[in-house]
Design a protein around this ligand. Structure first.
Ligand SMILES: Cc1cc2nc3c(=O)[nH]c(=O)nc-3n(C[C@H](O)[C@H](O)[C@H](O)COP(=O)(O)OP(=O)(O)OC[C@H]3O[C@@H](n4cnc5c(N)ncnc54)[C@H](O)[C@@H]3O)c2cc1C
Length: 478
């Protein structure tokens, strides 16, 4: 092993692997230190939905698009809460990333690109993913990386956790890492790149930073926020916690925090118009259940206690409506009321409220008001109201809003150098990926593809051009 690496990549995932690959192609000696027993990071579990304007995919499918349009869409969807500098950097270079992925074997689904519906839609079709989600991305980025390993440009250390940064004369000159044997070893480098992902699997840090509990256990288990701690120890600064937002909710396996997802309600009215009524813990409705904007629905849930709501319906709806849970049969849904903790049924609304832990008086009033308004206007403006909620038994299912990503992240400049509290770059320290915080590229919203694509893009750009390992830098580090 060299005494001095050109680049030490801390975290061999979505951002780290492209960084290592492109730097090694330019002749750098790259060490990738990875905490997990495998490389790939969150690509192994991510939905892997990408967005890129002006890509070959769009050109070949006749979609006219530009990075400017992409930029405007991100500003619109995020309501101008993102970091325009990082969004600009991401969207201006996203097409090259997607083209590279496709050159490396990534195949988008047949009818792609699409507008995207899971989140607030784009204005043109620029959204795509492969048949295996994030794994389709990994299958494209891993072989080029392994090719550089085979050529000797890159070296992988698995099962090894970076625990400290080495600082000398105000510059970061290396890292301390521990393997499975627990022995701390120093590795020296001219550039230290933090691509450790976010903190969404560290409940304590998540709550301390975001002010919300981490309800979901669906993030990558190694997203423990260690990179954040490393950067802060060197003077790095976090920002963006105020941009916290949540999804519109899933039904968790249990009331444990965090918990895995048991069922995903189809709450997209354009896919399945709602039959049910949604109430918060106070038994009050808080949104027109068929509001067409996913962003409006998510922000309405953000204001509810514990980011939680209950899906209320009756026997008639249970028997008649299309099943609300994605890929569930009616039989499976009805069995859940006998077996699952967060599914409740009772003969009266008052008993249902007691069982579900919500305010019974208000629930009765909310349902009575909903039913009474069926002949006229709904108080919240809901349009699709196919049936009253009157026929016992009554049902309630508890849904939980949550975020699988880390909202806050490190402050960096346009060269992805980590900045200290005074706004000055910390010499030799760079960062890319979710460690920058989803709030920077998506703002206080979910903007399609604006996590995976910037992570890949920033990693690629760092390796391809932003990082340097000149003689002066070498001399400074030695
Ligand atoms: C279920 C799910 C679905 C998603 N779907 C989408 C989507 O469709 N579109 C989208 O844009 N975004 C999506 N995201 C978000 C996106 O996937 C991530 O933000 C992105 O992949 C993170 O990339 P990264 O390189 O920062 O982190 P990762 O890919 O997680 O890589 C970080 C690596 O660092 C390692 N590491 C951590 N700490 C240390 C340490 N101390 N020492 C050494 N190594 C360390 C980790 O083990 C990991 O391998 C999704 C996220 C999840 C969880």
């Amino acid at each position: 092993m060299p005494d001095l690496w050109d680049i030490i990549v801390v975290g061999g995932g979505t951002a780290g692997l492209p960084a290592a690959t492109f730097a090694a192609r330019r002749g750098a000696k790259v060490l990738v230190i990875e905490a997990a027993p495998v490389i790939g990071g969150t690509t192994q579990i991510s939905t892997g939905q990408l967005s890129a304007a002006g890509s070959r995919l769009q050109v070949n499918t006749g979609v006219t698009d530009t990075p400017d349009l992409h930029f405007d869409d991100v500003i619109r969807i995020s309501k101008n809460t993102c970091d325009p500098m990082l969004v600009r950097l991401a969207v201006d270079n996203a097409a090259d990333t997607l083209d590279w992925l496709m050159d490396s074997g990534f195949t988008p689904l047949d009818n792609h690109p699409v507008l995207g519906k899971a989140h607030e839609p784009y204005s043109v079709e620029r959204y795509c993913w492969g048949k295996d989600g994030g794994v389709s991305i990994l299958e494209a980025i891993q072989p080029p990386y392994e090719a550089e390993v085979a050529k000797g440009g890159a070296t992988t250390m698995l099962d090894t956790v970076v625990t400290d940064l080495i600082e000398e004369a105000g510059a970061i000159v290396g890292v301390v890492a521990k393997g499975l044997d627990g022995i701390a070893t120093e590795y020296r480098g001219r550039n230290i790149l933090l691509t450790t992902g976010g903190y969404a699997s560290n409940g304590e840090m998540f709550e301390a930073i975001n002010g919300y509990k981490q309800y979901t256990a669906e993030a990558y288990p190694y997203a423990l926020g260690q990179g954040v701690t490393l950067a802060e120890s060197a003077g790095g600064q976090m920002r963006g916690a105020e941009k916290y937002y949540c999804s519109f909710g899933s039904v968790m396996e249990s009331s444990a925090i965090p918990s895995k997802v048991l069922a995903r309600p189809n709450h997209w009215p354009e896919q399945r118009a709602p039959w049910e009524v949604y109430v918060n813990v106070h038994g009050e409705r808080f949104i027109a259940e068929d509001n067409p904007s996913v962003d409006v629905r998510e922000h309405a849930l953000l204001k509810q206690p514990d980011l939680r709501y209950w899906i209320i319906f009756d026997q008639h709806i249970a028997e008649t409506a299309p099943v609300i849970f994605i890929e569930w049969t009616r039989e499976k849904m009805m069995e859940a009321f006998a077996n699952e903790e967060l599914f409740y049924s009772a003969d009266t609304l008052a008993e249902l409220a007691t069982a579900a832990g919500i305010d019974g008086t208000n629930l009765e009033k909310s349902i009575a008001d909903y039913n009474a308004a069926l002949g006229g206007d709904d108080p919240l403006g809901r349009q699709h109201r196919p049936a009253p909620v009157v026929k016992p038994p009554f049902y309630a299912v508890r849904a939980q809003g949550a975020s699988i990503t880390s909202i806050a992240g490190l402050n960096v400049d346009a060269s992805l150098r980590v900045l200290d509290k005074a706004g000055n770059p910390i010499p030799n320290l760079f960062a890319a990926g979710e460690i920058l915080g989803s709030g920077q590229t998506m703002g206080e919203a979910s903007v399609g593809g604006m996590m995976v694509t910037p992570a890949l893009t920033f990693g690629r750009m760092l390796g391809d051009s932003m990082l340097s390992w000149t003689d002066e830098k070498a001399a400074a580090a030695e």
